[in-house]
Design a binder for this molecule. Structure first.
Ligand code: SF4
Ligand code: FES
Length: 262
C-alpha cells in the first residue's frame, strides 16, 4: 500500500467574530485508500496528542448523501473530482508531496462557526419558507391514484438529488443559492401533488433566498460544475419562469406541467 506525505494550509478561525488565518501542517503516511476526511482525522489525532485544538469540520454520513460535509480544496468546493462530495473524495486523486489549501465555504450568508465549519441555516430557512406540501395527506395513498408522467417523475427525482451541501453557493462569484433553491422548488412544482401550492412556493422561497443575502445568478454556471449531484442549471431557468408567473398572478405559468417542461 503506497502512502504519501502532504503539506496542508488549513484555515483556522476560533469563532465567527475572531480573525482567521491559514496554518501549515505536514501530514505523513496518508494512504491512497483514505478519504479526504479520514486524512483530516489523521491530522486531528496528531493535533490532539500534541495538545492542539483539532481542525473543526462537518461530516455525518460520509457516503455522499447527507450534504453535511464540504470544504474548499485548492479553490474548488468539494475538491478536484467532479460529482464527488468531500467525504467521497479519496486520496488516490492526490500525489506524494502535494501542497493543498483547505478553506471553509466562503459566502456572506454562511458565517464561519469555527475553522472549516459554516452555518448553513440560511438553506434550512429557504426550505422552511415553502419546500414542503402542506396538505394533510393522511395515510399513504394507493400508488396509482394520481398518475405521474414518467418524464415528470424522472425530472423531479433529478432535482430531489440535491443534498443541500451549499457547494453551489461556495463556487459562485455572486454567492448565489439559485441552484439549491431551484432544485428544492423544482422537485415539488414538477409533480402534480405540488401543483396546488406551486405559485406560493416559488414566490416565498425566492423571497427568502434574497432575504438571506445570497447573490443573484449571472450565468457563470460554476454551481453546476461544483455540484456533487450534477443538478442542472436548467432548473434555475424553470424557477425563473415559475417565479415571474407567480408574481404576475398567472396560475397557469406555474401549474401546467408537461413532459419535458423545465
Ligand atoms: S444544488 Fe448541488 S451543490 Fe447546491 S446544495 Fe444541492 S447538491 Fe449541493
Ligand atoms: S458526510 Fe454526508 S455527504 Fe459528506
Amino acid at each position: 500500500m503506497s502512502t504519501m506525505n502532504l503539506v496542508l494550509h488549513v484555515w483556522r478561525q476560533a469563532a465567527a467574530d475572531k480573525p482567521g488565518k491559514f496554518e501549515r501542517y505536514d501530514v505523513k503516511g496518508v494512504s491512497e485508500h483514505q478519504s479526504f476526511l479520514e486524512m483530516l482525522d489523521l491530522l486531528n489525532e496528531r493535533l490532539v496528542e500534541e495538545g492542539v485544538d483539532p481542525v473543526a469540520f462537518d461530516s455525518d454520513c460520509r457516503e455522499g448523501i447527507c450534504g453535511t460535509c464540504g470544504v474548499v480544496i485548492d479553490g474548488r468546493p468539494h475538491g478536484p473530482q467532479r460529482a464527488t462530495t468531500t467525504c467521497q473524495l479519496h486520496m488516490r486523486h492526490f500525489k506524494d508531496g502535494d501542497e493543498l489549501t483547505i478553506e471553509p465555504w466562503r459566502a456572506k450568508a454562511f458565517p464561519v462557526i469555527r475553522d472549516l465549519v459554516v452555518d448553513r441555516g440560511a438553506l434550512d430557512r429557504i426550505i422552511q419558507s415553502g419546500g414542503y406540501i402542506s396538505i394533510r395527506a393522511g395515510s399513504a395513498p394507493e400508488a396509482n391514484n394520481m398518475p405521474v408522467a414518467k418524464e415528470c417523475a424522472d425530472l423531479s427525482m433529478d432535482a430531489a438529488a440535491c443534498i443541500g451541501c451549499g457547494a453551489c453557493v461556495a463556487s459562485c462569484p455572486n454567492a448565489s443559492a439559485m441552484l439549491f433553491t431551484a432544485a428544492k422548488v423544482g422537485h415539488l412544482n414538477i409533480l402534480p401533488q405540488g401543483g396546488a401550492e406551486a405559485a406560493d412556493r416559488v414566490r416565498n422561497m425566492v423571497i427568502q433566498m434574497d432575504a438571506e443575502g445570497f447573490g443573484h445568478c449571472t450565468n457563470h454556471l460554476e454551481c453546476e460544475a461544483a455540484c456533487p449531484k450534477q443538478i442542472s442549471t436548467d432548473f434555475i431557468a424553470k424557477m425563473n419562469r415559475d417565479f415571474f408567473g407567480a408574481m404576475l398572478g398567472s396560475k397557469k405559468a406555474v401549474s401546467a406541467r408537461k413532459a419535458g417542461d423545465r
